[in-house]
Design a protein around this ligand. Structure first.
Ligand code: 5GP
Ligand code: MG
Length: 172
């Protein structure tokens, strides 16, 4: 049976309002900082582009591709598929993620970047599913909180598909 993606959860207009709101906070908070935006591939490619073009402060933009896997320990390990090109030591890192679910991946990544000597490490996530959290991670900048549903669109995929939707839809 084909996947049903007809149920829109977040409209394009709501996403645009979210972008303006989050960008204005970041513009204020990072005005005097040495910002490195770290976009997380692949899901956050659209959010990173839309957010950074609303920022009017100086910054570097770089990307990482990471995933977490749970082995013997419940905290899991981080697998880095693509690493940064810039050195983050002494700089103010803002990780830009598509969605925080259990929180495992971002908790591990924030720890890795801290250990590389970043001056500060903060997290900005377009979407957040706090109901699924297994740790105490709270994004520093949260776009839109959503219920415990699997969503696609605005960069988020199902087996590589549907990233191009301009809104966010529930998969049924
Ligand atoms: P976690 O927070 O559990 O470590 O992992 C979050 C990652 O799982 C996200 O970066 C994303 O790749 C994926 N993910 C979590 N929830 C969803 C969802 O509702 N839709 C899609 N497409 N990916 C999700
Ligand atoms: Mg992801």
């Amino acid at each position: 049976m084909a996947v049903d993606t007809s149920k829109v959860l977040i409209s394009k207009t709501q996403i645009e309002e979210m972008l303006d709101r989050v960008a204005s906070r970041i513009n204020k908070d990072y005005a005097d900082k040495d910002l490195v935006v770290v976009g997380i591939l692949t899901g956050a490619y659209i959010f990173t582009a839309d957010l950074t073009r609303r920022l009017n402060i100086s910054m570097d933009v770089d990307f990482m591709q990471v995933s977490s896997y749970v082995g013997t320990e419940s905290t899991g390990d981080l697998k880095i598929k693509k690493d940064l090109s810039v050195d983050v030591a002494g700089r103010d890192v803002l990780i830009v993620e598509d969605i925080v679910d259990t929180g495992r991946t971002m908790a591990l990544l924030m720890d890795v970047i801290s250990k590389r000597g970043a001056k500060s490490v903060k997290l900005c996530s377009a979407f957040d599913k706090p109901d699924r959290r297994v740790n105490d991670l709270v994004p520093d900048y949260t776009g839109i909180v959503i219920p415990d549903e699997f969503v696609v669109g605005y960069g988020l995929d199902l087996d590589g598909q549907y990233r191009n939707f301009e809104d966010v839809r529930i998969v049924r």
